[in-house]
Design a protein around this ligand. Sequence first.
Ligand SMILES: [Zn+2]
Length: 483
Amino acid sequence: MSDASKGLSLYNTLTRVKERFVPIDPKNVRMYVCGPTVYDFAHIGNARPAIVFDVLFRLLRQLYGENHVTYVRNITDVDDKINARALRDFGREIAAGKLSLNDAIRKVTEKTADQYHKDVAALGCLEPTFEPRATEFVAPRADGKADMLSLIAQLIERGHAYVAGGEVLFDTASMPDYGELSKRNLDEQQAGARIAVDAHKKNPGDFVLWKLSTPEEPGWESPWGRGRPGWHIECSAMSAAYLGEVFDIHGGGLDLIFPHHENEIAQSRCAHGTKVMANVWMHNGFLQVEGQKMSKSLGNFYSIHELLETETFGGRTWPGEVLRLAMLMTHYREPIDFSVRKLEEAENTLRKWKRAADLAPAAARELPADVVEALSDDLATYAAFQRLTQLAGEAIEFSGSGENAAAASLKAALAFLGFDVGAAKVDEAAIAEAIARRLRFIADKNWAEADRIREELLAQGVQLKDGKDPVTGERVTTWEIRR
Ligand SMILES: [Zn+2]
């Protein structure tokens, strides 16, 4: 297909309509998603954007090619609570100059960041292309990539920020269309603001870019004094560092639209002088647990880790892929009610699909087009899942000879969607024998027989790879399992 849109439509929060997606550069489709603050273990609300945007990442790779999508998901490790912990645990080393603040933060967030990586891997998410940490983007960098201090300096220079009351603040009045993402206007924001607290601000809606630290508090050196950045500036820096000043898709949870994403847009556009920061803004809906808002005080606050490894939710542990399917059974923009019943339903569905997929020795080479089509309609996972259920029915009813095509297609679709369909069972000796036979046919220039063997192996899920021995120059054939 020459059309760069590839039939993909996405709902854009910026315009409030579903739009045909056309990337800026189809050779490098660029997406940024706000990642977790690694102060605590991630809760199941954090699992939703990780899973939703993983599906979009997979779909973009399918449409534009695996090497033509750049997905950045940051780690927020600049945070007052993390700073306080670093000070508590390593204050003396930091004061004595034995440990940098960044290194202390690295130590206190090591466990939570590791756990996050384990959690999202268990949920079947691919690793993003880049996963920058905020601490590494505070000060100007040796590699010249965008950083927070330079962005703030740029905003001051262009008349979009000012210094007042120990802070550098973004001047919202300097940006005529500030508020376009959340559709709030400045008057509305000012009406609700607490004027007394914000006396040093020109406008109550002005937000912090840099905040001075007291001598006791941790901080980074800056032209405006030792301090720490506001929350929003990190994503403006890290997205520009890896994706450029304008990129294709910016994602995150609905709760981030205001103020976080609104302020990211203000910072990035005003610092770079661009009309947009990202062309498409996508937000996943809220998550409730058993019909209630998740909160620590209600006692219904669950970490991903607890659901995976402990029996605190529904009296049992849950496989990551069951959590994944349960999360995707609701359209990403809808609110989701996370419940034991929903997890049980997901588990039953997954069991049926897998039983049917197991009837094929290997996944089909082509993904079912209607599954890709369903997902291309603003990630209509429900429609895609209906097709999987249909394929499962066809696979089980199949009684002919030869390949069970429905099962093979189902297997391909499940693997694509991040569900574990298991590797094909292989007989290594038989493969080695087949490879040797094929090499003899190649030596005899009997290409048809050589190809037939390759195709036979592929039908069993074994992919051959021909290469050359770097020393002898002889043909060497290796193999791998295609899932
Ligand atoms: Zn962000």
